[in-house]
Design a protein around this ligand. Structure first.
Ligand code: KG4
Ligand code: ZN
Length: 361
């Protein structure tokens, strides 16, 4: 089966063509047009600008995905699209495009929750992956831990109570003057810190994002504020805005270590309590080299299988939406032509539950 997918929930317009054969995926194309350079001017995503940029890009991105895949439009068996959660104006562009295409081709339209799409990215390179498993999605907009008992059920068992993990990386990165979005640059700076073997090197004690012993919840807001306050204090102490490189590295390294330790602690507890033997790490922050290593080690110690997408599939892309769409279609979950974009996670869950009920009635 050939799936065509569209993703436009935030600041990346993406279209992909993916071949699915009995749960095995071949990505024939996965075109991503990023708006990062535009939003970098403002230090964050400007929703109105994002919608307009999607509108300009979507047709060419879709055409390029079909061309690169070497297929004709008549080869497409189904169209999958991110309909929620995200920026409403951005989502509407992808949803409208996908609806028109599915109706014109006379093929099923599959509504995909963006967060569940991130998790499905892991199926593409891990053929052995099958439910039940635990999935942690760490992105710019979400930090949520799910129990996944079957391909289309996501039970949230923990989440950030405030900022998302990626948001903390980006806000700390902005105060440190790193290029937007700060996650990737912070990864590099922290690597330099960890590579320094000096046992006396500077480090900062930051509060853990692993809050409460009786839940699998996180909080990144206190950590973010503590790191930003430390940066300001160090600047004041030194009477300069240009912190020495050793201090910048120590901030990045201490912050990253605190994030990795906090997430590992919660995951170890969740694996222990649920007894589940497979863990998926997904979302933009799953590209963080230190987090990947820390969680791989947590899983190794607990003899748990660890699946994480390769770097190109961690950030927003349409191939992951196709993979999620395939499993929804197999479960009979499709949308009708009234499909709308939904900004919130809760509204997305409600809509998918309705589709599911319809598929089983
Ligand atoms: O999943 P994603 O592409 O978009 C959302 O759905 O939010 O995630 C984007 C987030 C940004 O906050 C970005 O800074 C972060 O992923 N990110 C990273 C790294 N690469 C991207 N964070 C930490 N380390 C990285 N290497
Ligand atoms: Zn995302």
């Amino acid at each position: 089966m050939i799936l065509f997918a569209i993703e436009s929930s935030c600041d990346e317009t993406s279209a992909a063509v993916v071949k699915a054969e009995e749960g095995r995926f071949t990505v024939l194309s996965d075109i991503i047009s990023s708006q990062i350079a535009i939003h970098a001017l403002y230090g964050g995503v400007v929703p109105e600008i994002a919608s307009r940029a999607h509108c300009e890009a979507v047709t060419n991105v879709a055409r390029e995905a079909v061309r690169e895949a070497g297929i004709g439009l008549s080869d497409i068996d189904a169209v999958a699209v991110t309909f929620a959660p995200g920026l409403i104006g951005s989502l509407l562009v992808g949803v409208s495009f996908a609806k028109s295409l599915a109706v014109t081709l006379g093929v099923p339209l599959i509504p995909v929750n963006h967060i569940e799409g991130h998790v499905a990215a892991a199926y593409i390179e891990h053929e052995e992956l099958a439910p039940p498993y635990l999935a942690l999605v760490v992105s710019g907009g979400h930090t949520s831990l799910y129990r996944v008992p079957d391909y289309t059920t996501f039970e949230e068992i923990g989440a950030s109570r405030d900022d998302a993990c990626g948001e903390a990386f980006d806000k700390v990165g902005r105060v440190m003057g790193l290029p937007y979005p700060g996650g990737a640059a912070m990864d590099k700076l922290a690597a330099e810190y960890f590579a320094d073997p000096d046992p006396q090197k500077l480090s900062f004690p930051f509060p853990s994002p692993a809050v409460g012993d009786d839940s699998f919840d996180f909080s990144f807001s206190g950590l973010k504020t503590a790191v930003i306050n430390t940066i300001h204090n160090e600047k004041q102490k030194r009477k300069t805005d240009d912190l020495p490189e050793a201090v910048r590295r120590a901030v990045a390294g201490s912050f990253t270590k605190t994030v990795c330790d906090g997430i590992s602690k919660k995951l170890a507890a969740a694996l222990r309590e649920t007894g589940i033997k497979t863990l998926v790490l997904a979302g933009g922050v799953a590209a963080n080299s230190h987090l990947r290593r820390a969680i791989a080690e947590t899983c190794r110690r607990r003899k748990v299988a660890f699946c994480v997408p390769s770097l190109g599939l961690c950030g927003d892309n349409a191939a992951m939406i196709a993979a999620a769409g395939y499993h929804l279609l197999r479960a009979g979950i499709t949308a009708d032509s009234a499909l709308n974009a939904l900004a919130s996670d809760a509204a997305a869950d409600e809509y998918l539950a309705t589709c599911k009920a319809r598929s089983t009635s």
